[in-house]
Ligand binder design. Structure first.
Ligand SMILES: NC(=O)c1ccc[n+]([C@@H]2O[C@H](COP(=O)([O-])OP(=O)(O)OC[C@H]3O[C@@H](n4cnc5c(N)ncnc54)[C@H](OP(=O)(O)O)[C@@H]3O)[C@@H](O)[C@H]2O)c1
Length: 335
């Protein structure tokens, strides 16, 4: 009886760890490491397109708990998502249960656009830490290179000044690493040539329709890790804009590849991003899907399969905040 229970517990432990095994740890340019796969926690745009989807229930807390059980060690959030508090609750619970230690987790949050003044950065991070119920985060990112007031009117603050606040936050130990998000190549170059501390990571949209080879090559050259947001792009018809290019999740060529590996199309799309050297951070608040998403490290795509997936690149953005298009630091194409 005793042997059977020990065997049962052992099997459970193996299953529990199976999902996390094989996730690469990526070395950052500041000497730390980031897990090569993470969980996104933005609930998206509200139906009807007005504002963000409100955080109404404890779905994010549950998702983070399931994710930690499934082997996720990297969680992505931001001040603007309003999910920091639930992530904090999930982390507290999982640490108290003994599932993980704080130092095994990698938590990223982001500075919102209304706190870009140099002296606002540290207080903004302290507020995030309070919500997260943490002493430090692992990575703090400038969410966008542009500043605006709370009422959304544009504010002109040089992101080089904001970066000085980020460096101070790191020196104070409130964040282990610092980086940026949604910066274009020119903005990144200007930041690097004018600062003593190089960003450790760049978070940008990367998916089959937007493969970002220019920025990825630049980051590789400068040893900056690339985190890929909205990794599914327009794969799901319910999320795709009417003008979004293919493929969709039922694309016959992708279905054929997925079947070959006994995987789903979302899984092979994520695996392709891993092969590009990108750290995908898919969001799901559905237990079975978040477990499925991280289970992409036990097969390898062939070169012809990767070539096919490369052919879907159209430079097409799913996330395009046109309301900021007139801002001088709007980072994307203006046409
Ligand atoms: N830095 C930035 O400016 C920025 C911008 C956008 C996003 N992000 C970050 O990146 C994360 C991911 O991006 P995202 O949330 O925009 O998009 P995403 O991860 O590409 O897609 C999320 C959507 O896909 C669904 N989904 C997830 N796994 C699935 C699966 N295996 N099969 C079918 N459907 C699946 C989710 O539904 P369910 O939840 O219902 O399962 C959800 O509707 C965000 O959550 C956020 O953390 C950052």
């Amino acid at each position: 009886m005793k042997i059977v229970s020990v065997l049962f517990l052992y099997t459970l432990a193996v299953i529990n760890n199976a999902w996390c095994s094989g996730i690469p740890q990526i070395k950052l340019n500041d000497g730390r490491e980031i897990p090569g796969f993470g969980l996104g926690t933005w609930l998206g745009i509200a139906k009807g397109g007005q504002g963000l989807e409100p955080v109404k229930d404890d779905s994010v807390q549950k998702a983070v708990e399931w994710a930690i059980d499934a082997g996720y060690r990297h969680i992505d959030t931001a001040r603007i998502y309003e999910t920091e508090q639930q992530i904090g609750e999930a982390i507290k619970k999982k640490i108290a249960e003994g599932t993980v230690k704080r130092e095994e987790l990698f938590i990223t949050t982001k500075l919102w656009n209304d706190a870009h003044a140099r002296d606002e950065v540290v207080p903004a991070l302290r507020q995030s830490l309070k919500e997260l119920n943490l002493d430090y985060v692992d990575l703090y990112l400038i969410h966008w290179p542009l500043a605006h007031f709370t009422n959304l009117t544009f504010e002109i603050i040089d992101y080089l000044d904001t970066w000085e606040g980020m460096v101070e936050a790191q020196q104070l130990g409130l964040t282990k690493s610092i980086g940026v998000s949604n910066f274009n190549k020119d903005q990144l170059e200007r930041l690097i040539s004018n600062s003593k501390v190089k960003p450790a990571a760049l978070q940008i949209e990367v998916n089959l329709n937007l493969q970002q080879s220019v920025l990825r090559d630049y980051c590789k050259e400068h040893n900056i890790a690339v985190t890929g947001y909205t990794p599914f792009g327009s794969l799901f018809p319910s999320k795709a804009a009417p003008n979004a290019p293919p493929p969709r999740v039922d694309d016959p060529a992708l279905v054929k590849i997925a079947k070959k590996y006994n995987k789903s199309v979302p899984q092979i799309a994520l695996r392709y991003l891993v092969d590009l050297g990108v750290i995908p951070i898919p969001k799901s608040t559905t237990k079975s899907r978040l477990e499925q998403n991280i289970d992409v490290f036990d097969f390898e795509l062939t070169q012809p399969e990767k070539d096919l997936m490369k052919s879907y690149d159209r430079g097409y953005r799913s996330v395009e905040p046109k309301m900021w298009i007139q801002h001088p630091e709007y980072p994307f194409e203006k046409n």
